[in-house]
Design a protein around this ligand. Structure first.
Ligand SMILES: [Mg+2]
Length: 164
């Protein structure tokens, strides 16, 4: 079965740490956030889901095993992943599974599938694929553009590479 390893930030979501006013209330900027996550009283993030994300994960799960591999910390990312989709994402890998090389968090795929057959990494940063460039697919970075349709194009590409 195909294994699709998805990056989190700027691939599936865009999140921003919200600035606080003098009363420590978050200042909501011009974005519409799908989730507000309060990691602590002063550490508050707004999260925007990339358009078509639920559809994408649903469709993808019919022919692939879905993992997330983020260079974010577990503390930061696991709350977001739980909100996105607790059902279709079967494995999660965080910063502690990356390899830090020259300031770049690269993502070794052999920890997910030792033989590395039929595995792809979807990431907005080509640098993150240095361990296994032949298994990488780069997507345009998502920064909150709600007319973005990259996940539709990506699903079509993944499905056509995996006809069974
Ligand atoms: Mg990213």
């Amino acid at each position: 079965m195909l294994t699709v390893v998805l990056d989190l930030d700027e691939t599936l979501i865009h999140s921003r740490q919200l600035k606080l006013d003098k009363h420590n209330h978050p200042i909501i900027d011009h974005y519409t956030y799908h989730y507000i996550i309060m990691y602590s009283k002063t550490d508050i993030y707004g999260v925007i889901r990339r358009p078509y994300l639920s559809w994408f994960l649903n469709e993808l799960s019919t022919f692939a095993e879905i993992c997330i591999f983020t260079a974010g910390t577990k503390e930061y990312a696991e709350t977001i992943i739980d909100l996105l989709d607790p059902f279709h994402i079967i494995k999660r890998f965080y910063r502690d599974s990356t390899i830090l090389t020259n300031g770049i968090y690269t993502k070794p795929l052999n920890i997910i599938k030792p033989g590395m057959d039929n595995i792809v990494l979807i990431d907005n940063l080509i640098e993150n694929m240095q361990c296994n460039p032949e298994h990488g697919i780069v997507v345009k970075g998502f920064y909150g553009d709600m007319s973005d349709n990259s996940l539709i194009k990506l699903l079509v590409e993944l499905r056509s590479n995996n006809p069974q």
